[in-house]
Design a protein around this ligand. Structure first.
Ligand code: PEP
Ligand code: MN
Length: 338
């Protein structure tokens, strides 16, 4: 059972409800979000007198949630949640396209990329400073220096930044550099210790789908973050492993309406790591938006053929601009904006 406290509930009221739940013999998980606190009752919920709980001061509603994921479930929160990223809304009527290179390389490359991202009309920028590479001999990212380069380039254009966190030991550094959105990559979707730690922050998190994860595993991974008190979670479908070798991953378009049904949180799509080739990106992007995605995470490099990482799948600046125009048309049909 979850007990949703009203946004105005005082600390004393929260404590009183948690104490009452414990008196019924249940354990509690108190998830203190920026907007509201949600108390989870763990154990034999049948012992709880729900009417009594509902009458307690500060309680907005209490509900039995059938699904194993609770806070992220649409069951208790019918409306779409809109995540505020430094004033940029994600999950509302406006579709957000997050553009930028696979990895941070040089100040010049990032300055150019930020300018092109902004010119194309995107409001958020991506770029990896820490790269999860299959080979230990491949470029591993610029590390902390990359965060500095990224911050400088994006700030000059007023763009909030999205970047991947792989190691819990770097979390404080990410917070110090004011990373606006922490990306959890496909390889870390079930790194539960990492999820718990980002759950203790308020920084929005993009949770990519594990390359072989079921939708329910993915929702449970998000619940780890939410249970810690961070309710600012964005799901990102990036394709799953399949028998097909023609493309990098199989974009699971079906997952988009399924997730939109199961969770109130925003769902975005990464067409770049799905197709693995730049020429596939427009088609996959159109499909994603048409299927109800709230945004895209797209790789764009000022000079794709010179990219240090994922050169084949990077759009050039012109292609990103054209894509934005095309998607605007689809958004209009859907009654949304870009
Ligand atoms: C990325 O977006 O830079 C990335 C490494 O993606 P994924 O985790 O989906 O492979
Ligand atoms: Mn990449």
């Amino acid at each position: 059972m979850i007990i949703v406290m009203s946004p105005e509930a005082s600390e004393g009221q929260i404590e009183a409800v948690a104490k009452r739940v414990k008196e019924y013999g249940c354990d509690t998980n108190i998830s203190r979000g920026t907007e509201r606190t949600i108390i989870g009752a763990i154990g034999d919920e049948r012992r709880i007198d729900q009417e009594l709980i509902d009458a307690m001061p500060g309680v907005e509603q209490s509900m039995h949630i059938v699904k194993p994921y609770k806070i992220v479930a649409r069951e208790w929160h019918k409306e779409n949640s809109v995540i505020d990223i430094k004033g940029v809304p994600l999950g509302g009527n406006t579709i957000q396209i997050i553009g930028g290179p696979c990895s941070v390389e040089t100040q010049q490359q990032m300055d150019d990329a930020a300018r092109f991202v902004k010119e194309a009309g995107c409001r958020l920028m991506r770029g990896g400073a820490f790269k999860p590479r299959t080979s230990p001999y491949a470029f591993q990212g610029k590390g902390v220096e990359g965060l500095e380069i990224f911050r400088k380039a994006a700030d000059a254009q007023g763009l909030p930044i999205v970047t991947e966190l792989m190691d819990v030991r770097m979390l404080d550094t990410f917070l110090e550099w004011g990373v606006d959105v922490i990306q959890i990559g496909t390889r870390n979707m079930q790194n539960f210790d990492l999820l718990k730690e980002v759950g203790r922050t308020n920084t929005p998190v993009i949770l990519k789908r594990g390359m072989s994860a079921t939708i329910s595993e993915w929702l449970m991974a998000a619940e780890y973050i939410a249970a810690g008190g961070n309710h600012n979670i964005i799901f990102c479908e990036r394709g799953v492993r399949s028998f097909e070798t023609y493309y990098r991953n199989m974009l699971d378009v079906t997952a988009i309406p399924v997730l939109k049904k199961e969770t109130h949180l925003p769902v975005i799509v990464d067409p770049s790591h799905a197709g693995g080739k730049a020429w596939m990106v427009p088609a996959l992007s159109r499909a994603a938006i048409a299927a109800g995605a709230d945004g895209l995470l797209v790789e764009m490099h000022p000079k794709p053929c010179e990219a240090w990482c994922d050169a084949d799948q990077a759009l050039n600046p012109e292609e990103l601009k054209n894509l934005m125009g095309e998607l605007g048309g689809i958004a209009r049909i859907l009654g949304r904006t870009i």
